[in-house]
Design a protein around this ligand. Sequence first.
Ligand SMILES: Cc1cc2nc3c(=O)[nH]c(=O)nc-3n(C[C@H](O)[C@H](O)[C@H](O)COP(=O)(O)O)c2cc1C
Length: 266
Amino acid sequence: MAMLSIDRTRCRKDGICAAECPFSLIALTGEDGFPEIRPAAARLCIRCGHCVAVCPHDALSLAVMNSDDFRAIGNGALPTLKKTGQLLTSRRSIRSYQRQTVPKGNIEELLDVCRWAPSAKNEQPVHWLVLESPETVRRVAGLVVDWLRTGTTYPGIVAAWDQGQDMVLRGAPHLLVAHAHEESLKPETDCTIALTCFDLAATSCGIGTCWAGILMSAAAAGYQPLLEALALPEGHRLYGAMIFGYPRFPYFKIPARKESRVIWRS
Ligand SMILES: Cc1cc2nc3c(=O)[nH]c(=O)nc-3n(C[C@H](O)[C@H](O)[C@H](O)COP(=O)(O)O)c2cc1C
């Protein structure tokens, strides 16, 4: 079966598919000027599906992607800049959580939309580890504190832990770890983007998040007890982590931030 199939009754030879292919693998050089795919596509196609998704005439299908998996975008589906801006500016790093856990179905919904996060060469290398129970999150926080005890960076956090206060994972009910195979193209960037998508999606439905930077440092330092507890698949590394749950307190104001620093050049 050909990699790209053209429905000649629908195709208008408008060249949109060719223009949008990231690696210029489509050209209007087929019989009668219809689009055809270059042989190099077998090697270079990144399976982004753009050629199919951008065709206004529904004239294309790809052997490597099921046509039924392409969903219609629909009209007017995008939020306004005002609404998107409200989401981006009013999201906060949440450090106090309710005890109530987030239902697994809701977490699955959030992770599902993160599948569309951009990734280098559409590799989609991101995998997730979800710590579902507050007890497990606390145990992992304890391991991070054990790592902190081996250094001198955050004595206050260690002292707080010893007095019953978790300043590492903040008593959150859940921890989300983004991991990927270390031989992926841009695993750290891809995991960071996916986690950022999760952060925004979670905020949009009343779930708070906060980056777990100290845990990320402990993992990056190769602290074995933590890595063993997380037990990521062979060859995978932790590239980002976030706590999440229902916020204990609502925020009433958007704090000020630095002005945009932009160099404009014409
Ligand atoms: C990579 C990264 C690591 C972070 N690590 C921590 C952390 O370990 N603990 C924490 O309380 N906040 C952490 N934060 C949250 C920042 O402190 C927070 O984003 C910043 O203060 C701005 O606040 P806002 O997110 O509410 O706008 C981290 C943020 C990022 C982006």
